[in-house]
Design a protein around this ligand. Sequence first.
Ligand SMILES: Cc1ncc(COP(=O)(O)O)c(C=O)c1O
Length: 301
Amino acid sequence: MFQLPASPLALIKDPILDSFKVKLYLKRDDLIHPEVTGNKWRKLKFNLIEAKLQGFNQLLTFGGAYSNHIYATAAAGKEFGFKTVGIIRGDELTPDSNATLRFAHDCGMELIFVTRLDYNFRNRLTRQYGEKFYVLPEGGTNDLAIKGVNEMVDEIYDVLNPDYICSAVGTGGTIAGIISGLRGNTKAIGFASLKGKGLLKGQIEKLLPFEKEFELNEQYHFDGYAKTTPELISFIKGFEERNPNIMLEQVYTGKMMFGIYDLIQKGYFPENANIVAVHTGGLQGRCDELKKTAINQASIV
Ligand SMILES: Cc1ncc(COP(=O)(O)O)c(C=O)c1O
């Protein structure tokens, strides 16, 4: 019932990669669904199944004003027949405050705006609103989300035995799903999108069902969540020009790809390495500067 097609694994054709003798593949999870894209679908899938099994037809979740998770949960609710409620951080907001909230509202999500202080007490809010709802945590990360990401890793192994699998990191759920799905000698590298306080690695370790080595790179956050620089935007534009059927955004996938390219050029990866980067979607959050270039707009699915 809750099935969407497997996403393609695309080889990136780029002279820069050839000159450093590595192969870079993109796991095109951005193509899974027009709105429930990328890691959001992976994290939601088994939660939707569980919600139905437990007899719930309503989902309740949490997020900030620009949350990709709110966006995707609202779209999934509409697509798969769940009523949705989003508890949003910021009591000054309205459904018209931005395109994410407008979209969620238009999908039928009931938006409840709470103060930042109240938002910190999510357990209390859950008790207040949550009785009849299947509750998804902020960012959608829980054990079932990790199981969904494991499935994405299996899809990669169906095609290729990579040396590295890379992903952007926010809450850490996606990279935890990748790490716990690894086989053989494949290594996982997470690229933090947020300027951490040194706690992110431990946070990811807590999400892992067993101990496993992984690398967390915190060098490419560009000063923090949703921050950007002309260098990052120019990298994304250059990448999109060379790959006209792929788009990135500046919050997650753009930073990860910048990091991978930078590491390639610094000789971090051995010759002939097969590197898979996971496209975790989020393209609706492209900034105006990227929207303006519109090179690849036609390929927004
Ligand atoms: C597009 C996109 N990529 C990557 C991430 C990071 O995923 P995670 O929170 O599981 O680390 C998120 C969300 O948090 C996201 O929206």
